[in-house]
Design a protein around this ligand. Structure first.
Ligand SMILES: [Fe+2]
Length: 343
């Protein structure tokens, strides 16, 4: 469909249409997002540390910033956003009925199979005669108008009704503080062949790996630096046990997640290094080194070993404590991060 066809269609009452996932020409991102987005900034932090890291996948840019254009009466069915990304959106014009929903049995679920069954039960239920199909979930309605901002954690199920023509901007991000939810969401996508989600970002595995490789740049810089970071919060990082273990899991077991690993720079490296048996670039290898060190020194080995497991009903630390949303205890991590690879 061309933009002209879309515009013509807005005057046709027989059509309900939308343009989803449209890239923004100016990369519009709200100012606060830079304090939350640890994924895409990892590419920039490492830009002088890996000679072969030349490109950032277009997929990364497209995930960072997009536009949604909807004609009135459009309904987006329940889904969670893909690849364990958090999402921010801002309505520019028009209105949205944005519904956050949570399957009722999530609170009592203690392993991934149960969580999958809960989500499946909701997604596959047959609508009643009046069209209502939300009996297996609790729901919160957000009525959003121009200027309103919504931020959603990874794996948050939501559906949206657009009553009037509207334009919404938004973007996805990974945060060091929410990676336990990212990991859980990505593992659900793998198990369900992405049936709960809306698109696919093949750059995800590389992005989380670079987040781990960038950790040495975020180590404790001393008291004066800490005072400095109060004004520049993008260098202030406190890590918790579950997100850190989840990050190590995703880097060490990329095949356990969806979509498959893709590295846009590796083919060029292969061309220059014919015959080499290496399967990843040095920054990805370094991420594995960081993971090994964290697992060993922070005693995360049990938690990381338990998944991927042939028996997903085995104890899984993601569900420890107050449940899967709880990030766990804060951990002192900087002492065991290896020295950054040479420039
Ligand atoms: Fe969505």
């Amino acid at each position: 469909m061309t933009l002209k066809e879309f515009c013509d269609g807005t005057r046709d009452n027989q059509r309900i249409q939308c343009v989803l996932d449209s890239p923004t020409l100016d990369g519009e991102v709200l100012p606060f997002v830079k304090f939350l987005d640890d994924g895409h900034t990892a590419y920039n932090r490492l830009h002088t540390h890996s000679a072969w890291r030349k490109h950032r996948s277009l997929d990364v840019q497209k995930a960072t910033s997009w536009v949604l254009i909807h004609q009135g009466l459009y309904h987006t069915y329940a889904h969670h956003d893909s690849d364990g990304y958090s999402t921010w959106t801002q309505v520019l014009s028009g209105y949205k009925f944005w519904v956050i929903l949570r399957p009722k049995s999530y609170d009592s679920d203690t392993n991934r199979n149960q969580l999958y069954d809960s989500a499946n039960l909701y997604m596959e239920q047959t609508p009643k005669k009046d069209g209502f199909y939300g009996q297996e979930s609790e729901r919160t309605l957000i009525y959003a108008g121009p200027g309103d901002i919504i931020v959603m954690a990874p794996g948050t199920f939501h559906e949206v009704f657009t009553p009037v023509p509207s334009v919404t901007i938004g973007g996805h991000l990974y945060s060091y503080n929410a990676l336990h939810l990212t990991e859980l969401s990505r593992s659900l996508d793998k198990k369900t062949d992405e049936k709960f989600t809306n698109t696919s970002h093949p750059s995800s595995t590389l992005t989380v790996a670079l987040m781990l490789a960038a950790l040495p740049l975020l180590k404790d810089k001393g008291m004066f630096f800490c005072i400095f970071i109060l004004f520049y919060l993008n260098y202030c990082i406190v890590l918790h046990q579950k997100p850190l273990a989840a990050l190590c899991r995703m880097v060490q077991h990329p095949a356990a997640y969806s979509p498959p690993f893709q590295d846009v720079d590796f083919p060029a490296w292969k061309l220059w290094n014919k015959g080499s048996k290496k399967k990843t670039l040095e920054d990805f290898e370094f991420a594995n080194k960081v993971a090994n060190s964290l697992i060993k020194n922070l005693k995360l080995s049990l938690t990381v070993q338990h998944y991927p497991s042939k028996n997903p009903e085995k104890p899984d630390f993601i569900f420890d404590g107050l449940g899967f949303h709880d990030p766990g205890d804060m951990v002192e991590w900087s002492f065991c991060v290896p020295k950054l690879m040479s420039k």
